[in-house]
Design a protein around this ligand. Sequence first.
Ligand code: NAD
Length: 285
Amino acid sequence: MLFKTTVIIGLGIIGGSLAGALKKFGVSERLIGITRSDAYKRAANIGLIDIGYPLDNLGSVLKDVDLIILAVPIRKICAFIPEIIPIVKQGCIITDVGSTKHAIIAVSNTFSREGVFFIGGHPMAGSEKTGFEAGSAELFQNRPYAIVKGENTPDEIVTKISEMVTKIGAIPIQLDSKTHDRIVAGISHLPQMLAIALMNVIGKENDQDKRFFQMSGPAFIEMTRIAGSSFSVWEDIIISNRLNVSNMLQNLTAELERLQKSVEKLSTKKDFEQANAYRKRLLNG
Ligand code: NAD
């Protein structure tokens, strides 16, 4: 196995799914979960983790482990890094699953310690649901998994975490934190904002005429699925990637204004043809 003892802090949908995947695909001999609520007890009861602890036990639990995965909201990841780095053993690897990377990598660079290795991670998988009950060991199958080095991350640590990612069925993609955050602003954060806007526009129509929701079919329901996402996770994403998200929203606003003019002129054929071609490339690689 790649690791003897792994600790996951935060057993939400991502932390819980990782716990399941590390067990199922034989990545770690022993798996410990730490949560702020009693979720660790429920996770241990169903065998998702070998043993669990509440957050107040950090010092004694973390002092002799090989891998720590931070699976909590981004600002909490940033807060845990300086708390954890001084108390772990030499050789310990710390990684995270936060949806943005620049702020997290900056904190890890500031608090780096000789012989303790931080490496950022971001599985491009998940859902609008929360909690480990909504997760699955299969969540990462064939999904990209971003790996982002810090200033002092040695290549052998990149290789080891890439091996972990491959073992759980995901596809490791190494990139720098700035590029990561710009790309996810486009492919993840912009769709989230679009779903929120679409849901609110049509929700207000429905307030006037209930038939808007009554008449809704699969296209509207699919396109607004992520409008059900929890703000508690998204707040930190928006705070830590504000400029990129704002730039992408500006691009979208310009495109929507252009499309509106095309609709008025009944000249949307080219827009459809271009979008059809891009989508083909998206699906065919
Ligand atoms: P979740 O709500 O399912 O789980 C969050 C976990 O963090 C819970 O265990 C919660 O108790 C814990 N937590 C929240 N605030 C805390 C605090 N102040 N102190 C200690 N623990 C706290 O959310 P999730 O989707 O699993 O998100 C976890 C991380 O994964 C986030 O950083 C998010 O950006 C990232 N992520 C989410 C997705 C997704 O689609 N959901 C995808 C990739 C990455």
